[in-house]
Structures are given as C-alpha cells and as structure tokens.
Ligand binder design. Structure first.
Ligand code: ACO
Length: 322
C-alpha cells in the first residue's frame, strides 16, 4: 500500500491597502525610522481599514489560492485557519470565511490558536488529517489583524506588527509534499508575550493589548527556531546544506538573521519579507510562501524549511518538498 502525503497545490495572500511607514509612526510615538530599521529591519507595515475584519483578509487570500490552484471551492473538504485575532468570540473565523466563499458542501472548518506559530500548527493539523484519510483537499489560512490589539501609545510593541493574510491549498498525493512537522510549547513562558484580557460578563479584565518582554522574547526565539529546524532535519536524515529555502516566521530581521547564522545558512537562502510587511503573526509564513511561489524562487522538488515561534510560548518547524 502506498503512503499518502499532502502537497501544496496553490497559494495566495492579501495585504490591506494602507501602508504605515516608520516615519508615520514617528509622528504617533517617540521613535524614529533609524531606531526601528536598525533593531528590526522593518520599514513599513500594512494596516486594515476600519471596516475590514479578519475574515475579509482571509477571504481574499483564500480566493487567490483557489485561483492559483485552478480549483472550485466545493472541492475543498477542510478549512483550518490560524489566527491570534479572531473576528469574534464565536463562531470560528474559519466558518465565516467558509460562508463568504459560498461553500455549501459541509467541509469541516475550525480555527487554531498558537499565536505566531499558529500557521505551522494549522498546517500540521491539515497534513495529519489528509495523511490519515480524514480530508483530501484542505484550505489552510493564516489571517491577522494585529493592529486591533496593539497599544498605539506603546512604542515597544506598536512598531513591530502589521495586518495581512496568506493561504495554501494542500492536497492528498502519493509523493511528498510535507515530510514532517515538529511542534512544541512551554506554557511557563506565556507571560513574556501576551494580551491577557478576558471577557467576563461583558467587561474586559486584564489588557486587550499586546505586552512583551522584548529581550526575553528575542533570546527565546533565536534558540528554539534553530533547534526546531535541526530536529526536523535529523528526523528526515537531512542536513542544513540540503535546505534550499528557509522560511522563518517574519518576527524581525535580527531574529531571522541570528537563526540563519546559528544554522550556518547563507542569508540568500532565507525568505525575507519583514521589511515591507512587519510581523503579521500567523499570516507571516503563508505570506512569505506565496511571495516565493509567485516570484518563482521555489523550484520543483526543492526543500523548504518552515520555522516559527510565538506566544505561549509555542514553536516548531516543518520540512516540505515544493
Ligand atoms: N523607538 C525608540 N526607542 C525604543 C523603541 C522604539 N520603537 N522601543 C523601545 N525603545 C527604547 C526602550 O524604551 C529602551 O529605552 P530605555 O533604555 O531608555 O528604557 C531602549 O529603546 C532599549 O530597549 P530594549 O528593549 O533594550 O531594546 P532592544 O535592543 O532589546 O530592542 C526589540 C527591542 C527590537 C523589541 C528587541 O528586544 C526585539 O527584537 N525583541 C524581539 C521582539 C519581537 O520580535 N517580537 C515579535 C513578536 S514575538 C514573535 O513573533 C515570536
């Protein structure tokens, strides 16, 4: 009996129209283009319009992924959507996207929350469900409206994040595709990056805004990103030199560069979108994959290493053949 794998057959992404530059930010908080660029590599970020919601960003990314795969929506039997900024308390943003796509075939749909690692958690979930026969074709989305949970008076956090969405179509296949995923979490570190607000009988307790211990997050991220990629390589009997493209979560350029250095990978092999998009949390990896696909960086059978880290703390890596 032949093994079933999943492989990517379509990609799409969406960024809101409005770009907010570092100079724009320097008129809102005490900061400068020089400070932000030298610490993070970020030049600008996109901010959604007031009437755009998480599902609106996700919808356009999903439609573009379906178009690139030349598939009709009713051939999808699973939607997994990763987000830190769901549209509402419930139902899931995945079901809102399902309705907006006009899907009526009863496909399973749910959200995954693992903050900036969310897309890798969603991808691993969809891949597992395809490999064990529960689904044949999955729409995997990462969509974020980080601008809605930023304190625009806190220069330590508001300069780092942006809005956006990315989507992939995964399909059952006899050839890989995804080789393996390695997911981790350690809740002891949950308070170094959090938005701990809780809704209780109509009132928010705690804060609905992101709070972060920047230097602790930095150290944690660099350590676990490189470890996770190495774990994925070891699991598949592969070496760092076998990787054609490193697609890290686009948190900030210093974290990404430090990870590539730790792995002894040349920076030309790393997809870098953070300068123009900032940190879009669970959307950053599918946005980066869509960019690599559309500018033809990725060639058939090349090895991609995806790596992410985020609040929780959560982290992980996925290896796949393009
Ligand atoms: N503009 C100007 N000055 C600033 C800004 C800003 N936007 N933000 C902080 N500063 C100031 C601080 O107030 C501090 O001033 P002080 O010494 O007078 O108090 C000074 O700069 C140094 O602050 P540090 O926090 O020590 O600066 P650091 O060099 O560590 O850089 C940064 C901060 C860029 C946030 C860094 O810690 C970092 O990259 N951390 C990782 C955070 C990250 O990427 N998070 C993304 C989410 S996590 C994820 O996706 C996994």
């Amino acid at each position: 009996m032949s093994m079933i794998y999943s492989r990517i057959v379509g990609t799409g992404s969406y960024l809101p129209e409005k770009a907010l530059t570092n100079d724009d930010l320097s008129r809102m908080v005490e900061t400068s283009d020089e400070w932000i660029q030298s610490r993070t590599g970020i030049r600008k970020r996109y901010i959604a319009a007031a009437d755009q919601n998480t599902s609106d960003l996700a919808l356009i990314a999903a439609q573009r992924a379906l178009e690139s795969a030349q598939l009709q929506v009713d051939t999808i039997d699973l939607i997994v959507l990763a987000t830190t900024t769901p549209e509402m308390i419930f139902p899931s943003t995945a079901t809102i996207v399902q309705e907006k796509l006009g899907m009526t075939n009863g496909a399973a749909a749910f959200d995954v929350q693992a903050v900036c690692s969310g897309f890798l958690y969603a991808l691993a979930t969809a891949d597992s469900m395809i490999r064990n026969g529960m689904a044949k074709r999955a729409l995997v989305i990462g969509a974020e409206l980080m601008s809605r949970i930023l304190n625009w008076e806190d220069r330590k956090t508001c300069v780092l994040f942006g809005d956006g969405a990315g989507a992939l179509i995964l399909e059952a296949s006899e050839t890989p595709g995804i080789l393996s995923s390695h997911l981790h979490a350690d809740g002891r570190y949950r308070d170094i990056l959090q938005a701990n607000g809780r809704i209780q009988n109509g009132t928010i307790h705690g804060t609905p805004y992101i709070e972060m211990e920047g230097s602790q997050v930095f150290r944690f991220a660099v350590r676990v990103l490189a470890e996770a990629v190495q774990e994925a390589l070891d699991n598949n009997g592969l070496k760092v030199s076998d990787i054609d493209w490193l697609v890290p979560h686009q948190a900030n350029l210093r974290i990404m560069d430090a990870t590539a250095r730790k792995l002894q990978m040349p920076s030309q092999k790393m997809i870098n979108m953070v300068g123009d998009q900032a940190n879009t949390s669970a959307a950053s990896i599918p946005l980066a994959i869509d960019a690599g696909a559309r500018n033809h960086s990725f060639k058939a059978n090349q090895l991609l290493a995806l790596a992410a880290v985020g609040g929780g703390f959560t982290w992980g890596a996925t290896l796949l053949r393009w």
